[in-house]
Design a protein around this ligand. Structure first.
Ligand SMILES: [Zn+2]
Length: 268
């Protein structure tokens, strides 16, 4: 009996738990969208140009490169005159599934950044925790809502695509359409803004695997050349016209690789 619980006892004595990061060096391990991370660092709750929100429901740990890129985003949007960004989920301290059924965000290389940039006074910790940033998309799902989405959001999305290590940025198809219809001048960055379901109030930034991480799974191929303002975007709106498919069995959460077991259990 004692032997059975010895590892757990040692773990508790060592102060390690799934609520604290696994010690470095950085190790990112995954298969598909499931995985884990050791050596994660936490995004500060406040930094130049950004604040974390919904802390009781979110997790703000990531690879050092991810956190550094987000701090750079805050500095650049601040320098561009935008109000503080609101940051949502990065990853759990050791990666793995997040609360709220998030299947991605398991390896410290994903981040949710809200698109709400309305002028605001300083919020208390309680207000930040309770915040529900608004959707940028009209109720019909086909177009942006100009009451919420405008030039400031375009600047934010553009700056996000220019961060070091960014693979692509996912937004609701209506937001992508809003960019296709409203961005003037340099449009090459539109290639890296890709449509996905949901993502009406926030963008999801996918970072590439940091160098020297052979167990970090390859991301999908880079976005095809071009702005993506074409039939591939129309496809998403065509789906809205179709009747919803009959409900199937609930999607099975992807399983992290066995190499994650020690990290996720807090033994590593
Ligand atoms: Zn996300």
């Amino acid at each position: 009996m004692v032997r059975r619980f010895l590892p757990l006892l040692l773990l508790l004595l060592a102060g390690a738990s799934p609520d604290t990061p696994a010690p470095g060096p950085l190790r990112i391990i995954g298969q598909g969208s499931a995985g884990c991370i050791a050596g994660a660092v936490r995004l500060p709750d406040s930094a130049v140009g950004l604040q974390t929100i919904r802390a009781s429901k979110s997790s703000f740990w990531g690879a050092p490169d991810t956190v550094a890129a987000l701090l750079t985003l805050g500095q650049r949007t601040h320098a561009a005159g935008l109000p503080d960004l609101y940051l949502g989920d990065l990853s759990a301290p050791r990666g793995g599934p997040l609360r709220g059924g998030h299947f991605s965000h398991q390896m410290g290389i994903d981040a949710d950044v809200y698109l709400d940039l309305s002028a605001r006074s300083t919020l208390t910790a309680e207000q930040r925790d309770a915040l529900e940033p608004p959707s940028m998309v009209r109720a019909d799902g086909r177009n942006i809502d100009p009451a919420h989405f405008g030039p400031a959001q375009i600047t934010l999305l553009h700056l996000a695509t220019e961060l070091p290590g960014v693979d692509r940025v996912l937004v609701n198809p209506a937001i992508k359409r809003g960019l296709c219809e409203n961005v003037v001048g340099d449009r090459a960055w539109l290639r890296f803004i890709r449509p996905w379901w949901g993502h009406a109030s926030h963008m999801h930034i996918n970072f590439r695997c940091p160098a020297g991480q052979p167990l970090c799974p390859a991301r999908p191929p880079p976005p095809p050349p071009g702005e993506g303002c074409d039939a591939s975007l129309d496809w998403w709106f065509a789906q809205l016209d179709k009747p919803p498919p009959p409900p199937g069995p609930p999607a099975k959460p992807p399983q992290p690789p066995a190499a994650c077991r020690a990290i996720l259990s807090g033994e590593d």
